[in-house]
Design a protein around this ligand. Sequence first.
Ligand SMILES: NC(=O)c1ccc[n+]([C@@H]2O[C@H](COP(=O)([O-])OP(=O)(O)OC[C@H]3O[C@@H](n4cnc5c(N)ncnc54)[C@H](O)[C@@H]3O)[C@@H](O)[C@H]2O)c1
Ligand SMILES: [Zn+2]
Length: 374
Amino acid sequence: MTHVLVTGGAGFIGSHLVDELVSFGYDVTVVDNLTEQVHVGKPDYLNDEVEYIWGDIRDRELMTELLEDADVLNHQASAVGVGQSMYEIEKYVEVNTLATARILDIIVNEEIDLEKVIVASSMSSYGEGAYRCSEEDEIRYPPLRDAEQMKAGEWEHVCSECGAELEPIPTPESKPRESTSVYAISKRDQEELTLSVCRAYDIPAVALRYFNIYGSRQSLDNPYTGVCAIFSSRIKNNNPPLIFEDGQQTRDFIHVSDVARANRLAMESDASDVALNIGTGDPKTIHSIAQTLIELYGKDGELEPEIANDFRQGDIRHCFPDTALAAEEIGFEAEVGFKQGMRELVEWGRTQDAEDRFEEAQTELEEKGLVGED
Ligand SMILES: NC(=O)c1ccc[n+]([C@@H]2O[C@H](COP(=O)([O-])OP(=O)(O)OC[C@H]3O[C@@H](n4cnc5c(N)ncnc54)[C@H](O)[C@@H]3O)[C@@H](O)[C@H]2O)c1
Ligand SMILES: [Zn+2]
């Protein structure tokens, strides 16, 4: 039986992934340190068929032992807050970049024999997505909007050549990356370190560039992560979801069960030495996400998304994936529709008691000068 070592397997994505692997007959070991910001002790959804090791991926001795027994490494563990990464710089590089480097160092120096390595990467390292200038019929990759443009409330990108408004198009894996946070840089490091070392040692490796993932078990208490979780905890506490810019910025939201399946397909396929976008290819506006969540929580008429007349420095306007390469390489296509997936999130969310820590997190970011003001 193939033995898969999943790092971060007690987390949001990792836990769904281990359920998927167990149901397909894999033998699974998880290493997870139950990071305090994410977990309050052991989560209640642990899988009985899985061996859990409560340890740190930075521990060389432990990782050597665990890798010796593994056939496949699936590396999900990371520190995951974009805003927070801008002041906890050393920690993000240590947990993400350095720990990945150490794991690879173990693999090549301790005669670890692996059939496959999968690493969780992120769309955040693209920076802005791909755009098209319809005046000139040219592809454009604009940099982040500058403070002046944001302050003027000119939210959409314009063509640097002709000034026409740019139209967002699906972002292919080949788009030059422009990592604009320490988190994004560290995710790119994890991906590039893994692919280049595995290439040199002939170990099949696949990096999955996840877009925005939502679903049950997402940490509603961690205010530095997903917008769905943040909106949910605001709505549940009878506070309006706060929307930056004008709410017309888009994101690609993919359900966590689709992401778990993408991981299994990547592992089972012959794909190697490749990074793949994992998303739906069907972007939604932030305003429509907030509205959908309000409806699903039954607070229609009571709450309205609130345009905060604010913006966050470093936010992108649009980025959604070109999904063709994932379809070709691993036969993956997202299956869970947005409403269906959101309904599941909300049903689960009702059973959780989320503290609304949004304001606390917002204050912390403001203190560090990371939120723009009018
Ligand atoms: N959630 C998203 O939308 C999204 C998007 C893009 C990429 N990703 C990536 O997906 C992966 C999983 O993210 P998630 O959303 O499930 O986050 P999560 O915080 O729920 O899960 C991460 C898990 O890793 C564990 N962990 C953290 N540091 C560790 C360490 N030093 N040693 C051992 N375990 C450690 C945590 O305890 C947690 O259980 C991450 O690599 C993240 O960068 C997530
Ligand atoms: Zn132009």
